[in-house]
Design a protein around this ligand. Structure first.
Ligand code: NAD
Length: 504
């Protein structure tokens, strides 16, 4: 008798379309079992001191480095990215975050004294940062190592245990992470990995975890938040972007053009922080466009050494890129180079593409394209550039290019985004001490920095007595003089100026 195959899904090599593995689609029961194991592990893990947790994370990092070739190979074969991209934005970014918390993490989680003010001078107060419990991490496919490891490591260091659901496009990287933690030994169960798509992710959100850390699209982020709202489970949402680049008329155009080309095409444009649209002031527009086109044509796309970018990672994303470019052309945009899949090549290869004569009626200027496409728009001045940059539902990353620091900083203040780079793009992410996250529909909460650890803590406020008064003044029975005394306190404490304070 034939039995139905277990429900599952294939993971593919996007460079060739070859099937890499068939994996189980974990359902609600599997997810609940993983969460239960993580809950069992929570007690002993949360009881450890920060340095003991860090020791364990460092063992995992050592293992990662020992297995670098294998890990990089899995990342490249599931995403189509090149080794330098996997080594820099995935491995280095992960190792550097751990390094940052090794140095600064304990301080971020230490209890802090809070001034009690003059109403309760006999008290002392502090806030402490307590682990929450089990954290559900749901990660995307574009940086499958670092975007899973960042919330996983942060949640662990803050004392939580984790269930990770990697993207169904890159589950092997997720399983590799699970293996690293399992083989690091000593603290079993602190990281569980479940595989599957949206159904598995939804089950994790609803599994009674104490926090969900989600990285992915705005559309899915809204579903996650709606599901989490049913149990008021807190969410950290790292969502999409439509990141603007503003090039002022006094900018170093040579540098700005190279920055734009790197910022738009690195990782085949599949970076939430990538340059998604450019506003260039009139006086320097033509030169900027010429340089960008020249350098775009020089970008080497392919497999292995000697190339700058690899393939795209996910078939439906290539469809979105094609749709955006077609929509722009239909509305009057011009393709100066690229604008199509690489002819005659199997797999997910799309040519680096420069678009001009674009405007905000086009999807390519309003929705996340998430591919190697660089639309450039001519603007009159700083004011118009900022207005257009802010004409967006998104607010993740951005960049300003100008020779005048004051001018650049003024624009940086005016841009509605969680992150701004001046005369560079994207690299702020490499500074692990800088909080990273979005405003508007690009997300809620921050990873990295102090915020990135405290995101996985409940802040507890504690009040204790410095000395014992025996009876507190506000306790029953209220003394007869209390009303007059309270009036006096209000006047004396909050009126401004000595004369006013003494006025009845
Ligand atoms: P996606 O939203 O399609 O999927 C993300 C994850 O959510 C996957 O693991 C997926 O299986 C899971 N999922 C799908 N439906 C779900 C549901 N109903 N409930 C719970 N989980 C569900 O995103 P993607 O295509 O994997 O990633 C690309 C997107 O991620 C882009 O929009 C990009 O900008 C964004 N992103 C944001 C950041 C950031 O830090 N802000 C970083 C990287 C990527």
């Amino acid at each position: 008798m034939e039995t139905d195959p277990a429900p599952g899904f294939d993971t593919l090599d996007p460079r060739t379309g070859e099937v890499l593995a068939h994996l189980p689609e974990h359902g609600p029961e599997d997810v609940a079992a993983a969460v239960a194991r993580a809950r069992d592990a929570f007690g002993p893990w949360s009881a450890l001191a920060f340095d003991q947790r860090m020791d364990h994370v460092l063992t995992v990092r050592d293992l990662l480095i020992d297995r670098l070739d294998r890990v990089v190979d899995v990342i490249c074969s599931e995403t189509g990215k090149l080794e330098p991209e996997a080594l820099s934005a995935e491995v280095l970014a992960t190792c550097e975050l751990i390094q940052h918390y090794r140095k600064h993490g304990a301080r971020a989680l230490r209890s802090e004294k809070v001034p009690v003010g003059s109403l309760l001078p006999h008290k002392r107060a502090w806030r402490s940062y307590e682990p929450m419990g089990v954290v559900g991490v749901i990660s995307p496919w574009n940086y499958p190592l670092t975007l899973a490891m960042t919330p996983v490591v942060s949640a662990l260091l803050a004392g939580n245990t984790v269930v990770l659901k990697p993207s169904e496009v890159t589950p092997l990287v997720g399983l590799e992470i699970g293996r690293l933690f399992a083989e690091a030994g000593a603290h079993p169960g602190i990281v569980q990995v479940v595989t599957g798509g949206g159904r598995t992710g939804d089950a994790l959100v609803r599994a009674g975890v104490q926090k969900v850390a989600f990285t992915g699209s705005v559309r899915t982020g809204k579903l996650v938040m709606a599901a989490a709202a049913e149990t008021l489970t807190p969410v950290l949402l790292e969502l999409g972007g439509k990141d603007p680049m503003i090039v002022c008329d006094d900018a170093d155009i040579d540098r700005a053009a190279s920055g734009a080309v790197w910022g738009a095409y690195m990782n085949a444009g599949q970076t939430c922080m990538s340059v998604e649209r450019v506003y260039v002031e009139d006086a320097v527009y033509d030169r900027f466009v010429d340089l960008v086109v020249e350098r775009t044509r020089a970008v080497r796309q392919g497999r292995g050494p000697g190339h700058d970018i690899g393939s795209m990672s996910f078939g439906p994303q290539v469809d979105i890129v094609e749709r955006h470019v077609a929509d722009a052309e239909a509305k009057g945009a011009k393709v100066l180079t690229g604008g199509r899949r690489v002819p005659g090549r199997a797999g997910l290869w799309y040519e680096p593409t420069v678009l001009v004569d674009v405007d905000h009626t086009m999807d390519v200027m309003r929705d996340e394209t998430f591919g190697p496409v660089l639309p450039i728009m001519r603007v009159r001045d700083d004011e118009e550039a900022v207005r257009l940059a802010n004409d967006s539902l998104y607010g993740l990353n951005s960049s300003v290019w100008s020779a005048d620091d004051e001018r650049a900083e003024e624009i940086a203040r005016a841009i509605e985004a969680g992150n701004v780079c001046i005369n560079d793009c994207m690299v702020s992410y490499a500074v692990a001490g800088l909080p990273f996250g979005g405003v508007k529909q690009s997300g809620i909460g921050r990873i990295h920095g102090v915020e990135g650890l405290r995101a996985f803590c409940n802040t507890k406020s504690v009040l204790a007595s410095r000395f014992d008064l025996g009876r507190e003044l506000q306790w029953f029975p209220l003394p007869g003089w209390v009303t007059a005394a309270l009036r006096r306190i209000v006047r004396l404490r909050y009126r401004r100026g000595l004369r006013a304070k003494l006025r009845p």
